[in-house]
Ligand binder design. Structure first.
Ligand code: ATP
Length: 375
């Protein structure tokens, strides 16, 4: 699902130059953002970057200090929360403890004055959607955390809002259940064809569920792109470091020609540091200060100098190994003191690692593995 590649795709939500101040503190800073109909969109950033405030302004729990927010072309500013076709699901599920699952889901529909037969049809539909048909008569305290979560989801969806807002919805679940629920959320979002907007500080969660991610910092958008672009072509060191693990090497551009950038690392004279080659179209010229970013899983480790390449190929020594079962993480110190991390899959049943502490090794990566970052 890639509406941003389709010129006829419809923007459902539009933030235009939105600023939110709390006293003299600016939580959201002149921010513009478009979210498409049927998109699963994630706001990602560290605590305090303004992502929840951005979402709460869409729900109507906060009003922007300035700027415009529209939903399906309608200006939302000034519309009270209950009149917006938006529903928000919170981390604390806030189910009514004395009501059954069925009544919890039906609650909002009754309040809206929907007729009994219609309510019954809708509640059954929601129960099927979240696979809780067998639990309709239970009370919340008779459910597991994951089941309560699904009741909350069913309740949020029952009124068929245009947008569902998810504020750190899976924060209370353990890792395994969280991963399962992420896939359920994606499945439900696709079945309903609705727009989901999720706020999370968990980069893996954002990468898993979202069609696009907005990475925020200090009330501003730093990069808005699909997960693979955020990961493989981060716009800055901040994004590269926030999403996944990365080796960052500072240096200066030696040349930039025909899509091949060479960078001399380190701050010493011409002969110091390493010469790195990156295959990338990027606006930068000789002498510019840049960073070369290489993901640890793209770093190859050999005991002997590899026979098939001599680009981005340096000797070093293993000073630490983290064993993760499926993967091993090698920390390697290069001849010039730079430390790099390499992640290798453990592909065979092996108790002793073939490469171990204090081994002399060669690390290398291909020119298309690295990215030149200018900021
Ligand atoms: P978290 O992940 O911790 O929830 P966040 O990125 O969602 O962080 P926000 O909740 O949007 O961040 O808050 C952004 C900033 O605005 C924070 O520094 C917060 O202290 C401040 N802020 C939020 N709401 C208010 C308020 N009602 N009054 C004053 N300051 C506020």
């Amino acid at each position: 699902f890639a509406p941003w590649t389709d010129p006829s795709a419809v923007h459902l939500i539009r933030y235009r130059n939105v600023t939110k101040r709390f006293g003299s503190f600016t939580a959201v800073d002149d921010l513009s953002l478009d979210i498409y109909e049927r998109e699963f969109f994630a706001l990602l950033g560290p605590s305090g970057c303004g992502k929840t405030t951005l979402m709460r302004m869409l729900a109507g729990f906060e009003e922007p200090t300035s700027g415009q927010i529209t939903l399906a072309g309608e200006d939302l500013v000034g519309t009270p929360p209950y009149r917006r076709p938006v529903n928000m699901m919170f981390q604390s599920y806030a189910l009514f403890p004395h009501m059954s699952v069925w009544d919890n889901i039906a609650f909002g529909l009754k309040q809206d004055g929907m007729g009994k037969p219609d309510i019954a049809v809708r509640v059954e539909e929601m129960l099927r959607l979240v696979k809780l048909e067998a639990f309709a008569r239970r009370k919340p305290h008779q459910l597991s955390g994951g089941q309560r979560q699904r009741v909350a989801l069913a309740r949020s969806l029952a009124k068929r809002p245009k947008v569902l807002l998810l504020d750190e919805p899976l924060g209370a679940l353990d890792k395994k259940l969280r991963e399962e629920t992420q896939f359920e959320l994606m499945d439900i979002q696709m079945k309903l064809g609705m727009t989901f907007l999720i706020v999370t500080h968990d980069q893996e969660e954002a990468m898993t569920v979202a069609d696009r991610i907005a990475v925020m910092d200090h009330g501003k958008l730093i990069q808005v792109a699909p997960p693979a672009v955020i990961y493989e072509q981060p716009a800055s060191r901040y994004v590269a470091g926030f999403v996944g693990d990365v080796n960052l090497m500072a240096g200066r551009v030696e040349s930039n020609q025909n899509g091949l950038v060479t960078v001399r690392t380190g701050s010493g004279g011409d002969s110091a540091g390493m010469r790195l080659a990156v295959a990338q179209e990027v606006q930068t010229g000789a002498g510019d200060e840049v960073w070369v970013a290489v993901r640890p899983e793209k770093v190859r480790v050999d005991r002997e100098p590899p026979a098939d390449t001599n680009v981005n190929c340096v000797s070093g020594e293993v000073w630490d190994i983290g064993y993760l079962g499926d993967l091993s993480v090698y920390h390697i110190e290069l001849a010039d003191g730079t430390r790099v991390k390499a992640v290798r899959p453990n592909l065979t049943r092996m108790v002793e690692r073939p490469i171990t502490w204090e081994d002399k090794v060669w690390v290398s990566w291909t020119p298309d593995a690295g990215v030149v970052l200018t900021r």
